[in-house]
Design a protein around this ligand. Structure first.
Ligand code: HEM
Length: 144
């Protein structure tokens, strides 16, 4: 299947559709945590590794928070709200310099994980569409 990366401009917030809850039903919570963990492991050796916590402990916490969020957004228990409070994702990303190029690297790391994942294409597509569009919201810095 094709993982298309839509053009993303700083300051734009195109309408987002949440992933199909069947994604979580298919993967289960452990499968979702593994998916997020695999993505973070790629980020850690990527050109945007400097954005993420340098310590192993901080990195594991980041994985956990992210997985909590994705389980919640896919219709699972509201772990993120319980552990971190209201999502407010744009605000939570505001301290990090996220350029269009950084978003591209973040998404390309997801492509690597999703290509290897054993999941029906329609579910991959649904999950991908969410990542592709919502990640545009996080861009907060123009390329120089
Ligand atoms: C679909 C789009 C995205 C979602 C749903 C998402 C989700 C999250 C979540 C849930 C957290 C944890 C926030 C917290 O617990 O306070 C987080 C943290 C973070 N995200 Fe994202 N994110 C997205 C896009 C991006 C992009 C495109 C980048 C950078 C290229 C990025 C970089 C970061 C960084 C640097 C952190 C902080 C890591 C930490 O110390 O916990 N995110 N993100």
């Amino acid at each position: 299947m094709q993982f298309n990366i839509s053009q993303g401009l700083v300051g734009t917030r195109p309408p987002v559709v949440k992933p199909d809850p069947k994604v979580l039903q298919f993967l289960g919570e452990e499968g979702m945590r593994k998916l997020i963990s695999d993505h973070y492991d790629l980020l850690r050796v990527s050109n945007i590794k400097g954005l993420f916590p340098p310590s192993q402990e901080g990195f594991e916490m980041a994985k956990q928070h992210s997985a909590d969020f994705f389980i919640q957004i896919c219709g699972g228990p509201d772990y993120f709200n319980k552990n971190r409070g209201a999502p407010m994702m744009v605000g939570r990303h505001a301290d990090f310099k996220i350029t269009p190029e950084a978003r591209k690297i973040w998404l390309e790391s997801y492509i690597i994980v999703l290509e290897k994942l054993d999941m029906p294409d329609d579910l991959k597509q649904s999950f991908w569409n969410y990542l592709d569009i919502f990640s545009i919201w996080m861009i907060n810095t123009q390329e120089n």
